[in-house]
Design a protein around this ligand. Structure first.
Ligand SMILES: Cc1cc2nc3c(=O)[nH]c(=O)nc-3n(C[C@H](O)[C@H](O)[C@H](O)COP(=O)(O)OP(=O)(O)OC[C@H]3O[C@@H](n4cnc5c(N)ncnc54)[C@H](O)[C@@H]3O)c2cc1C
Length: 387
């Protein structure tokens, strides 16, 4: 029996029935709703907001959170499969879901009061309230401890000043989860759109994640009520806890992008006749595609074990770092190689490879650059902090 070229080790057989059903549902959504429009959306630099209602309707927002907040209550492996299938369409669509789910709904769930959970989570799960997450600042995202944005207590309010940079969903968002220095360490605040002194400015001229909104946020004496402070966390472990959740999803996403590129190039090289034979009949093309399949297979097995560890409550941040580093590097190398195998045809968005390659430039950078994750593993191995 022929093997499935996109799942050579039959990793799917290791999934539960429910996990397979989740994968199939999201795969159908990507095929029917994302793929027909995404090339144009990327060209136009437009986030396809019209997809949000269906994304919410499928239960993909905050999918791991409990049903009492209007969420699907799925396990971590299912969340990973959601990310993988969405990113087979486009990293921008997966980024939207990652930010809403892991960077905005998760902190409200994990660090918020019950009142805050009930106030925001059901509407966020329904896609009626969109969130963004403000941690990175203009002077250097890799060192978030050096945070300049600060919040000062003033009566029943807090007064925020500072700025955030490279914020996904910034101009779409109804609420921003903003991390700021206080006299009592770093704390998280829910800043609502329209609050005086709060401004979002979209970042233009991006060559990557063009079907995603990225913004700078500015805070000029923004008054935030005490009721909007997340009460149950203090210190950098607050935002870092969110990033571990989001990075976990990101370890799965690039597998989708890489698979899409391999699928495209298998079809193209099978039909492209050069020197009287298909390009796929040449040894060098086969070696390149075999190499891609090898790396995708390893990535699939890596994230499945990571997901099982997460579901067992045993996942460590350093394991997420290794998987994020490996899988982003795997996917960006494959997307670039596929672009090359498409020849000139590979430079337009009519084919997906260049769009994925460009998107992956962001994916390999955000949520900790490749270097940062390498240094995390170095620290784990040696016990020496080399940052
Ligand atoms: C499209 C996009 C969306 C994003 N969305 C969000 C979001 O929603 N919310 C948010 O808060 N942030 C977001 N980010 C920010 C992202 O997390 C940062 O870009 C990232 O953390 C890197 O920070 P930086 O860009 O300031 O680069 P820098 O930190 O300035 O890094 C510059 C270079 O220095 C290297 N470097 C850093 N430290 C070391 C070291 N110790 N040794 C050697 N080299 C080092 C880095 O690897 C990198 O190559 C987004 C970024 C992008 C591009």
């Amino acid at each position: 029996m022929a093997l499935n070229p996109h799942d050579l080790f039959d990793v799917r057989s290791l999934l539960s029935e429910e996990e397979r059903a989740v994968q199939d549902t999201v795969a159908r959504f990507t095929n029917e709703r994302v793929l027909p429009i995404i090339g144009d959306a990327f060209d136009q630099g437009r986030f396809p907001r019209e997809l949000v209602e269906d994304i919410a309707g499928l239960g993909l927002l905050g999918s791991s959170l409990p049903e009492q907040y209007g969420c699907a209550g799925l396990n971590a492996v299912s969340y990973g499969l959601i990310c993988q299938e969405l990113e087979r369409g486009d990293s921008g669509i997966r980024s939207f879901v990652s930010v809403q789910s892991s960077l905005c709904m998760y902190p409200i769930f994990a660090y918020g009061s019950e009142e805050q959970r009930m106030r925001w989570l059901p509407d966020m799960a329904a896609g009626k309230v969109i969130g963004c997450f403000g941690l990175t600042e203009p002077h250097g995202g890799s060192d978030p401890a050096n945070m300049k944005t600060h919040a000062r207590r003033d009566g029943d309010d807090w007064v925020l000043n500072g700025s955030k940079m490279w914020i996904t969903n910034g101009n779409l968002a109804d609420i921003a989860i903003v991390w700021a220095q206080t006299d009592d360490g770093i704390q998280g605040f829910v800043v609502e759109k329209g609050t005086p002194g709060f401004e979002a400015q979209e970042i233009k001229h991006k060559m990557s994640l063009r079907a995603s909104v990225t913004s700078a946020l500015y805070f000029d004496n923004v008054r935030v009520p005490e009721a909007n402070r997340l009460p149950n966390v203090k210190g950098l472990k607050g935002p870092l806890g969110c990033l571990t959740q989001a990075r976990y999803g990101i370890t799965w996403g690039p597998i989708g992008a890489a698979t899409a590129c391999l699928e495209e190039v298998l079809a193209y090289t099978g039909e492209r006749i050069l020197f009287d034979r298909p390009v796929a009949a040449t040894q060098s093309a086969q070696i390149k595609m075999a190499e891609m399949a090898r790396r995708i297979t390893l990535a699939q097995l890596l994230v499945l074990q990571l997901g099982r560890l997460k579901d067992a409550g045993a996942m460590q941040p350093a394991q997420v770092s290794l998987a994020k580093w490996n899988n982003c590097r795997m996917a960006i190398d494959i997307a670039r190689e596929c672009r090359d195998l498409l020849g000139g045809a590979g430079i337009t968005t009519e084919h997906a490879a260049i769009r994925h390659a460009l998107n992956l430039e962001s994916v390999i950078t955000y949520e900790g650059t490749e270097t940062v994750h390498q240094l995390v593993i170095g620290r784990e191995l040696t016990g020496i902090n080399a940052f």
